[in-house]
Design a binder for this molecule. Structure first.
Ligand code: UDP
Ligand code: MG
Length: 310
């Protein structure tokens, strides 16, 4: 490690007022041996998060802050952290102490041994509830089935990136930022450090059911157009079934004209089935049209209210 080695820690925070001090208390002793900067990205918090960070900044000039004008989401907060970081190695960490800072030295060792990306991989998910564990599993299975870019499972946004990878991310033109997919798309040499994900220290998760589903859809549509192809196949299948149905009806009508009763149930089922398929496929197409729309608007990814020490 060279003498002027700089470690950047980026921490996205959204309403984490009670976690700031405990987090720093645990993090600082571990990273004090490295020349470091800690960049908090305040994602439009409306509690005392900002003022708590500012109190810490007064005591320690290695602590820095970017504040957003409003909430832009976890991935945008991380992106802003990457935009501001100067470090040779950049580690992203959640503010709620679910990502144990104790494994940071091990991550740095792996980086020194040549890995450009060091993922922190969850060993166990015993502190996450059953629902979160199952949904996460389904998510990784599904995304890896659909996507052309493999995304390692049980890996979140707790990772170390080499400066070159951060540069690669910052240079990407797209607005949509599903970071774990983008990192994996870059196919840099990577390594893993295993850890046990802890319980959230204070407060509640910001990822409820719908936000998680939206996040999954974002991930899938950012990295694959397979859903569009699946829509085509659904159309072909239902069209074929419809064709078989017509032949069946015609045969029945001509062979057994007396017994043939017009079935409302069949008709109703077919209408519902086709209607469902049509709506789903329109929805799938809509997802991609929406993505194109957002990309061509070329709005800034986030809006900054203030910066301190940056
Ligand atoms: N976060 C953020 N913006 C948001 C939601 C969350 O910056 O809109 C931050 C949050 O403060 C935390 C991290 O992202 O540091 C992970 O969020 P959370 O713990 O709620 O997610 P979970 O761990 O439950 O997936
Ligand atoms: Mg959390």
């Amino acid at each position: 490690m060279s003498d002027d080695f700089l470690l950047s820690i980026i921490i996205p925070v959204y309403n984490e007022e009670s976690n700031i001090t405990p987090l720093l208390k645990r993090l600082l002793p571990i990273i004090k041996k490295y020349n470091h900067e800690i960049i908090f990205v305040d994602d439009g918090s409306n509690d005392n998060t900002t003022s708590n960070i500012k109190k810490q900044i007064e005591k320690d000039k290695n602590i820095k802050l970017v504040s957003f004008l409003r909430n832009f989401g976890h991935q945008m907060a991380l992106s802003a952290g990457y935009d501001q970081a100067h470090g040779d190695a950049v580690i992203s960490l959640d503010a709620d102490l679910q990502d144990p800072p104790e494994i940071i030295p091990e991550m740095i060792n792996k980086w020194e041994n040549g890995a450009k990306v060091v993922y922190a991989k969850r060993d166990k998910r015993e502190y996450d509830d059953y629902f979160k564990r199952i949904t996460a599993q389904v998510f990784y299975k599904f995304i890896n089935f659909l996507s052309d870019t493999p995304i390692p499972s049980d890996v979140g946004d707790f990772r170390l990136l080499d400066k070159s990878v951060v540069q690669f991310l910052n240079d990407l033109p797209e607005h949509s930022r599903f970071l774990r997919g983008l990192v994996s798309w870059g196919s840099y040499t990577s390594d893993f450090v295993y850890f046990e994900r802890e319980k959230r220290f204070k407060g509640q998760t910001h990822y409820g059911f719908f936000k998680m589903v939206n996040f999954a859809l974002e991930g899938i549509t950012s990295f694959s157009i397979k859903p569009l192809r699946i829509a085509t196949y659904l159309g072909i299948t239902s069209g074929f079934l419809g064709f078989l149905g017509i032949i069946y009806e015609l045969l029945m009508k001509s062979l057994y004209p007396q017994q043939f009763v017009i079935g409302w149930t069949g008709l109703f089922t077919a209408v519902m089935f086709l209607g469902g398929i049509q709506l789903i496929t329109i929805g799938i197409i809509g997802e991609y049209v929406g993505k194109i729309y957002k990309e061509i608007q070329r709005r800034p990814k986030y809006l900054i209210k203030e910066k301190i020490n940056l």
